[in-house]
Design a protein around this ligand. Structure first.
Ligand SMILES: [Zn+2]
Length: 322
């Protein structure tokens, strides 16, 4: 029997309509949930640049108040969460490396959690980079904003570089801090070990930068120290458009932005981190810039306006697609 696509469609439609309800129920009980998630990336143009924000996945974490607002009362943290329709007993972290095609370079900012996080559902950057239409060997530069595990974890796959043709860019202050043996026997010892494993093997292909140094034409690093000793943010300018890559200047879209002075467990120097938060987000609010924040709700792109003692996060919807 020969059936055209059209008549097949009609047939299956008719069969679905007449299928008895009892069969539908029996079948459903034996169908496992797929659990897989769609490829996750967001792409937009910025002048002549193409920007692709990649999801590395997400991780749920208990007790937000043990991380954010460690210098204020539990009640204050819980009140702010509740006011923003967020649960008080757990939270979700997302991770968003960003890929910029300048036309001449393909630059990846941070690498996600890498293979070590994959069983826990993160470490999806490589897969999403490929889903977005690129191959790892096309990446010409990997820029590291700072050397926490969720940013450097994806530099290596096994014993080999995950982006085999890439040169690397990192902050001089950041590299010197984490790679130093002086970290042995301090709270930074585990971070030091991770940098030894993931970053030091690539150091000979690395360019070290400081405040005001350029990564490529239109892309400039800026010191925003505090979260880590050498944490950097980046200004991206093309064709009269500007956006910022703020990395971990703010780690939560409500708790860090609405209360920039609240202390955060992950910030190495709490006061310097708060000062950097204010300086960077004052500039973003004043100039009405778009920004990509590594831990903002995926796709991690938005704006801020000054509000109360901090800022209100405004997620990007279609502003950058037009
Ligand atoms: Zn981070």
């Amino acid at each position: 029997m020969q059936l055209s696509r059209r008549s097949l469609f009609k047939l299956s439609g008719a069969a679905a309509l007449t299928a008895p309800m009892i069969m539908t129920r029996a079948a459903q009980a034996e169908v496992p949930m797929a659990m897989t998630m769609p490829a996750a990336f967001k792409r937009f143009s910025l002048g002549d640049f193409e920007v692709t924000v990649l999801s590395d996945g997400h991780r749920n974490v208990p007790d937000p108040r043990k991380i954010f607002g460690t210098n204020v009362s539990k009640d204050e943290v819980e009140a702010l969460l509740t006011e923003n329709y967020l649960p008080v007993d757990q939270m979700q972290f997302t991770f968003a490396p960003t890929l910029i095609n300048t036309g001449n370079e393909l630059i990846l900012f941070d690498t996600g959690n890498g293979e070590g996080g994959r069983e826990g559902g993160v470490g999806q950057t490589l897969a999403n980079l490929q889903a977005s239409g690129y191959m790892p060997d096309q990446v010409t530069h990997v820029v590291i904003t700072h050397m926490h595990p969720d940013h450097i974890g994806g530099l290596m796959e096994g014993d080999a570089p995950a982006y085999p043709n890439a040169a690397y860019v990192a902050g001089r202050t950041e590299y010197d801090f984490w790679s130093s043996d002086d970290r042995m026997g301090t709270p930074a010892e585990r971070g030091h070990a991770m940098v030894e494993a993931k970053v030091v093997p690539l150091a000979e292909k690395m360019t070290f930068i400081g405040d005001g140094d350029s990564v490529a034409s239109g892309i400039t690093g800026m010191a925003a120290f505090g979260h880590t000793p050498g944490h950097m943010v980046f200004t991206v300018e093309s064709g009269g458009k500007t956006a910022m890559i703020t990395a971990d200047t703010a780690n939560h879209f409500v708790l860090s932005l609405q209360r920039p002075d609240w202390e955060v467990l992950f910030d190495t120097d709490k006061a310097a981190a708060a000062a950097s938060r204010r300086r960077v987000f004052d500039m973003i609010a004043t100039d009405r810039l778009a920004f990509i924040g590594y831990h903002m709700p995926f796709p991690a792109v938005g704006f801020v306006e000054a509000m109360g003692e901090g800022y209100r996060f405004i997620p990007e919807t279609y502003q950058l697609d037009l």
